[in-house]
Ligand binder design. Structure first.
Ligand code: ZN
Ligand code: ZN
Ligand code: FE
Length: 769
């Protein structure tokens, strides 16, 4: 065909090109985690790359961008905006409108619109990024060897923020003035440290030093490494508080640390130099490795390999290790020259809050450590390391703190402003803001004055940061919890939430559902509506209300709380309930005198409250098969029972399940265990059969409840479900039976997640969901 001038066919090509060149201006509004994560510099560079003009700014809702240029370039810009967004960001929503062109050639980053109703953005602390780690390791870099650097993609946040908005004057970095070079980085939109509030360098920033040797900052880390190699115990100031550290291979050092810290059995967490060292110590899947190296850098609990050269004192009697990777430049520098695996346990005396201020640490930890590696960047809010366990390819939080807090959890419906006070152990609290629940860092066990004071301070701080003035205060039904008493003192409307209902609700809130579901809530202790100690509960529960559909039969808890510390007592009660008290002396190796006291206590009902606790049943089985007679911390006997279980054994004991509401008697299980012991069955097999029995009991009760209630969603919650063997097997079996199990992925199944459930229940009650 001829290309005759003016032929219509030929006109199409240039016209399409013209169309692509037609200038257009779009306003894009981006929601999600897009502030304080290097989003604006990223947009700036992207706009430059495509030659677009316009601007970007943070406002109260997210990031707003106006871009002008050829339509095709705008399309590519939008695509890349989503595919190449900075690693810490997460876009939940992107809306666009086309607006009138304004011309102009430049692209600018505009100052943030600080609005009165601004939804404060308080990012969590982020582990050192690869680029910052490379900076401090590079002899040619001006930050070579500098342990306190960071950028927009990494570094301290929540722990240094004193007030909002999140700008340097409102952080503990306010006392350091940026030098010219740092200032230039801070103001250069193309720089990784653009608007990185804690930006610092060796010239202008905080410094590390060994206490008493402040002038030799340059050699502080080398000296620390040397002291650790020599077997000394060090306090090391990190991101959210002090760690107590020693060489994990040095048996004397680890034993000495255990002695000085006064905690007998609890495993110590380790920091290892890198993934290779981690692989040498524990069994890890690829998913585990990814989690271990994630920006949150939690402690991962993983099965330990044999013959790894660590002191057995690191994790006495247990078969797993808590491992983490370096997450601050200080750690990177230290781990490159220190022993490859260091004990890095929270700097506190047993259950006190973690030490975080320098003078306070000197005072409280002075008797525990040989030397202090300090720095003069203040920690405003202490934050312990987070702990997770891999479950069925996902992460299940055991302790949600550094790296995760205060990231909001969206519960899927608008809530009034609520303060939920949590429970007593592994305490956290929760504030609500619209549909977001903001959980606090791990506070600790609320049973002493220091922790209560820390708790109260943390509540006031979080209320200020998030500008939440609670209209409702939700709390546990237990009248004696300090968190309950704290709630009683407030003049706000109170709302009591039953403990196991709160566990189920915390799981529902994670999944943004309101129920009802079958809620399997198994834990150690929770105050029941009948005044008994509940803990083996299967509820029909939604956020609004719950009904106790099934529970473990009551067994007396001789000596009350004393039975938690001494599982042999609880085991005696369970043996007696199975008619086997005459076997107690030999199985539990307890003295005649103690037996006599126990039988009298139970007979007369002296200080022996009835309990349906599943946690206490785990303790009892652990004691009956001879794993533990005394617990050095709550949950230890259950952990030992889990760790000892055989991996392949498929047999199961049978609970007696009868009545309506359903009562579940453990007596036949206890009797069968004793029979197995008599027959010489090994402990790992007995443990496995017991775990399987609990799973099959859950499946059977759920089957019955599905029939009567028509429900097939099953929430698995409560401290007992930190047990990976139990939760994995129960999940699989429920799925095989056609149920939809819900397991925790955002908050711990233990009492650390309770505050979320309390908030959700109180909110649902007030909004008539
Ligand atoms: Zn960085
Ligand atoms: Zn500087
Ligand atoms: Fe609980």
């Amino acid at each position: 065909m001829l290309n005759a001038p003016g032929a219509p066919k030929k006109q199409n090509m240039p016209s399409r090109q013209d169309q692509a060149k037609v200038m257009e201006r779009r306003r894009l509004t981006v929601h999600g985690i897009v502030q304080g994560v290097g989003f604006r510099p990223f947009i700036y560079e992207l706009a430059e790359e495509f030659g677009l003009s316009g601007w970007v700014l943070n406002n109260s809702h997210g990031v707003v961008i106006e871009v002008e240029g050829p339509a095709r370039a705008l399309d590519s810009f939008e695509r890349r905006l989503q595919s190449d967004a900075p690693p810490l960001s997460s876009i939940t929503d992107l809306s666009r409108e086309t607006i009138d062109c304004m011309g102009g050639a430049a692209f600018e980053i505009l100052t943030s619109q600080v609005e009165a109703e601004q939804r404060a953005l308080i990012p969590a602390d982020v582990a050192t990024c690869d680029l910052c780690a490379a900076d401090v390791a590079d002899p040619g870099n001006r930050r070579f060897g500098y342990p306190l650097t960071n950028c927009t993609n990494c570094g301290p946040r929540f722990t240094i923020i004193q007030a909002i908005p999140y700008d340097r004057p409102n952080t503990t970095m306010s006392e350091f003035t940026m030098c010219a070079e740092c200032g230039a980085e801070y103001h250069d939109p193309r720089n990784r440290r653009f608007h990185a509030q804690p930006n610092a360098c060796p010239v202008c920033g905080p410094k590390v030093y060994i206490q008493g040797n402040e002038t030799e900052a340059h050699s502080a880390i080398e000296n620390t490494a040397r002291l650790l190699r020599e077997g000394q115990i060090m306090a090391i100031k990190g991101l959210g508080g002090f760690h107590l550290a020693c060489d994990a291979r040095n048996e004397d050092a680890v034993r000495e640390l255990r002695r000085r810290k006064g905690r007998s059995g609890k495993p110590f967490a380790l920091m290892v130099a890198d993934l290779d060292e981690a692989r040498r110590l524990v069994h890890m899947s690829q998913g585990d490795e990814k989690l271990l190296a994630s920006p949150e850098r939690p402690i991962l609990l993983l099965p330990v390999k044999d013959c790894i050269g660590l002191s057995p004192e690191v994790t006495p009697n247990l078969h797993y290790l808590g491992i983490m990777l370096p997450y601050a430049p200080l750690h990177h520098l230290l781990m490159s020259i220190a022993p490859p695996a260091l004990v890095m346990t929270s700097g506190n005396l047993s259950e006190e809050p973690i030490a975080h201020r320098n003078e306070e640490a000197l005072e409280r930890l002075g008797g525990i450590v040989d030397a202090f590696l300090m720095h003069d960047r203040e920690i405003h809010t202490p934050c312990d390391d987070s702990v997770v366990r891999p479950v069925l390819g996902n992460a299940m939080p055991i302790r949600r703190s550094r790296g995760y807090v205060p990231r909001p959890i969206d519960v899927g419906f608008e809530m009034p402003p609520i303060l939920a006070c949590g429970a007593e152990q592994k305490s956290t609290f929760c504030l609500t803001q619209e549909s977001s629940a903001i959980l606090s860092q791990h506070i600790g066990d609320l049973d002493n004055a220091e922790t209560l004071e820390y708790y109260e301070r943390a509540i006031e701080h979080m209320k200020r940061l998030f500008r939440v003035e609670p209209r409702i205060v939700a709390h546990d039904m237990h009248p004696d919890y300090l968190s309950t008493r704290y709630a009683q003192f407030l003049r706000t409307t109170k709302f009591a939430v039953q403990h196991h209902h709160a566990h189920v609700a915390s799981c529902l809130a994670e999944y943004r559902i309101t129920g009802p579901v079958i809620g399997v809530s198994f834990d150690g202790t929770g105050y029941g509506t009948d005044g008994a100690i509940w803990g083996g509960e299967i509820l029909i529960a939604g956020l609004r209300d719950f009904r106790r559909a099934a529970h473990l039969s009551y067994v007396p808890m001789p000596g009350g709380a004393a039975a938690i510390k001494r599982p042999a007592r609880m085991a005696y009660a369970h043996l007696a309930a199975a008619g086997l008290e005459d076997r107690a002396a030999e199985l539990l190796s307890i003295s005649d005198a103690e037996l006599h006291i126990l039988s009298r206590q139970i007979e007369r009902g002296l200080n022996s409250p009835p309990t349906s606790s599943m946690g206490r049943l785990f303790d009892s089985v652990s004691a009956i098969i001879g794993l533990t007679s005394d617990a050095t911390y709550e949950g230890e006997p259950a952990v030992m029972l889990e760790m000892c279980a055989d991996d392949v054994e498929d047999g199961a004991y049978s609970f007696d399940i009868a009545g309506s509401p359903i009562e579940i008697s453990a007596a036949p299980v206890v009797a069968a265990i004793v029979e197995d012991i008599d027959g010489g069955t090994p402990k790992p097999i007995i443990s496995a059969r017991f775990h399987n029995a609990v799973t099959e009991m859950v499946v059977e009760v759920c089957r019955r409840l599905r029939k009567s209630e028509g429900l097939s969603q099953v929430a698995l919650t409560g401290g007992c479900f930190q047990n990976v063997r139990l939760i994995e097997r129960t999940t699989r079996r429920l799925e095989a039976e056609g149920f939809s199990p819900l397991i925790h992925r955002l908050v711990p199944p233990n009492d650390g997640g309770i505050s979320l459930g309390q908030a959700a229940v109180a909110a649902a009650a007030s909004c008539e969901l």
